[in-house]
Design a protein around this ligand. Structure first.
Ligand code: HEM
Length: 542
């Protein structure tokens, strides 16, 4: 009898064991490929109402301010409590990385995004940032030319409707293009289209590939139109780089050419300094050019799967921020006079400088004295960051944090930066809550000079500048991966804001929809007019 039972057991075991093994294998493969659910995430899941990650993050942060929660989007995100931000930014690149996240989200094998961008980061962080002062004349020249061309129908003394979104895109693209590729190319419609569309097509490749499960993606790649367009942009970029590269590459025995900041080719000469010899080609420089467009356009935006930002996939980051600043200027007109007075009084004291072509321009040092303007831009970004999450990373391996929280390999992490900027969402105050200057409005209210007042408190001067990062100030990330382009981006925005404030009045269209935050993402119509009493008045030179 016992023998029969044993036989029966062995018969069943012979079937059961392989069946269970195959079933487990299939489950693991399905989880990894079809459903893309990272294993064993024992954190609460927050409902995402109609793809609105912003509301889901706010809700998650309200419910779980001190512990992780999951956003069930594709691929799912683990949102960590803000108390862990230091550990996240300080964790070694080999363990979790921002670039790996971009590579994963944007199919880096195909799009070349998220790959090593050390040379790009060095050229931005070291050369571009150091040269901002020297770039002031060309940035202001291009700003004025771009406004005159793009807003040519705006008549003095009359209100005209302007689609601020499109105008801002062209103005910012021209100003950054003037620095990257020089005056001829930066105004060419073909160049402008390629540098903005590269980002749009990269986002399309990402979205297209997400329609397929991971196993099928390699088979789908050759048929993606978005990828064909992307490759076309890279070929165009190479063509544009050919002449500049030929001019700048030293012939045998020659030393590398030094091109002064502001001259055509300077940016390329900075990149060449960091490239190994075998990569000093127009193909590589064209790729870097597209990568810098992408970095200043949409790196983390695409990774957020934020619906509102996805609508605006064609916009540059700086342009989005600039548009938001314009929107805030129109929404809170009570600050316009104060900002104008600051510009006037700083210029009355410093005067303007004259560039080598005899044109007036405002120096970087003079702009730096406009602390209310700096504060206005920082406040604008605090309440409307590009993404409602941020400092996102992908894990290369399982990581256990000092509080015992373990996150498995392959998971995408993010931080709830927007709620952390805004005290009213939680009683966990960020540092700006603690440091609050007297007379400041609550943290959920737009208070244009909040940071200017904070800077007046002894010891705070550098801590609350628009480019500063740290607790409660995460618009540009923080730590080793913090945005290297933020200094450049902010001076572009300041130059534009000063130009607008000195030359135009603006207000929202009277019938602008009620939900301004949403409207601004879709169709922001501003009304501009050349202010008759302020238009281009000459400011006394010292
Ligand atoms: C207002 C405009 C901008 C915003 C809000 C912004 C924001 C950011 C953020 C949040 C990150 C990731 C930081 C992290 O996760 O720790 C980042 C990375 C980066 N940004 Fe920006 N950015 C802006 C403009 C620019 C511009 C104009 C450039 C180029 C000139 C640029 C170049 C980069 C690069 C190269 C990285 C990747 C850094 C790395 O991988 O180490 N950004 N940016």
């Amino acid at each position: 009898m016992a023998g029969q039972v044993l036989d029966l057991f062995y018969d069943w075991a012979g079937v059961l064991v392989p069946t269970v093994a195959i079933a487990s294998l299939v489950t693991v493969v399905l989880r990894k490929t079809i459903f893309e659910i990272p294993p064993s995430l024992n954190f609460p899941v927050v409902h995402v109402p109609s793809n609105d990650t912003r509301d889901a993050i706010l809700e998650g942060y309200r419910k779980y301010p001190d512990s992780p929660f999951v956003l069930p989007i594709n691929p799912p995100r683990v949102v960590l409590p803000m108390s862990m931000f230091k550990e996240v930014v300080e964790t070694a690149e080999e363990d979790m990385s921002f670039r790996e996240l971009v590579h994963f989200m944007f199919s880096g094998h195909n799009t070349h995004l998220g790959v090593n961008v050390d040379e790009l980061v060095s050229a931005i962080r070291i050369d571009l940032t150091k040269s901002i002062g020297a770039l002031m004349p060309i940035l202001q020249d291009e700003c004025k030319l771009a406004f005159d061309t793009i807003l040519k129908n705006v008549k003095e003394g009359e209100w005209s409707a302007v689609l601020a979104q499109g105008a801002a895109l062209q103005i910012v693209s021209r100003m950054s293009g003037r620095v990257f590729v020089g005056p001829e190319l930066c105004r060419q419609p073909g160049y402008l289209r390629t540098s903005t569309m590269f980002t749009a097509d990269a986002a399309k490749v990402r979205n297209d590939l997400q329609q397929y499960n991971q196993l099928l993606r390699p088979f789908a790649v050759p048929f993606l139109n978005s990828l064909k367009s992307l490759r076309g942009h890279l070929q165009d970029a190479k063509k544009w780089m050919d002449p500049i590269t030929n001019e700048l590459l030293p012939k045998k025995g020659e030393r590398a050419k030094i091109v002064p900041a502001g001259s055509r080719g300077a940016w390329i000469s900075w990149l060449l300094k960091y490239l190994p010899d075998h990569e000093k080609t127009s193909t590589k420089l064209g790729l870097l050019q597209m990568q810098v467009s992408f970095a200043s356009l949409h790196t983390t935006t695409g990774a957020t799967t934020n619906v509102r930002l996805d609508i605006e996939i064609f916009q540059t980051r700086t342009q989005l921020m600039f548009k938001q600043a314009l929107l805030d200027l129109a929404t809170y007109p009570q600050f316009v006079d104060g900002l104008r007075q600051e510009i006037d009084s700083v210029l009355a004291e410093d005067g303007e400088a004259i560039d080598e072509n005899g044109q007036l321009y405002i120096t970087k040092a003079t702009i730096a004295k406009m602390k209310n303007l700096d504060s206005f831009l920082k406040e604008s970004q605090r309440l409307t960051p590009l993404a409602f999450d941020g400092m996102s990373r992908r894990l290369h391996k399982k990581v256990t944090f000092s509080n015992g929280i373990t996150i498995p390999k392959g998971v995408l992490l993010t931080m709830p930066i927007y709620p952390s900027h805004c005290k009213s969402q939680s009683e966990k105050n960020p540092i700006i809550g603690r440091d609050c200057a007297p007379n400041s409005a609550p943290l959920d209210v737009f208070d244009a000079y909040r940071f200017a007042r904070l800077r007046e408190i002894p010891g705070n001067e550098a801590k609350y500048q628009s480019t500063a990062t740290g607790e409660g100030q995460f618009t540009f990330g923080h730590g080793p991966n913090a945005c290297p382009g933020r200094f450049f981006a902010l001076y572009i925005m300041k130059v534009i804001m000063i130009h607008v404030l000195r030359n135009y009045d603006l207000r929202l269209l009277p019938d602008a929809l009620e939900d301004v935050q949403l409207v601004c993402q879709i169709l922001l119509m501003g009304l501009f007019r050349l202010s008759s009493d302020r238009g281009r008045e000459a400011v006394s030179l010292k």
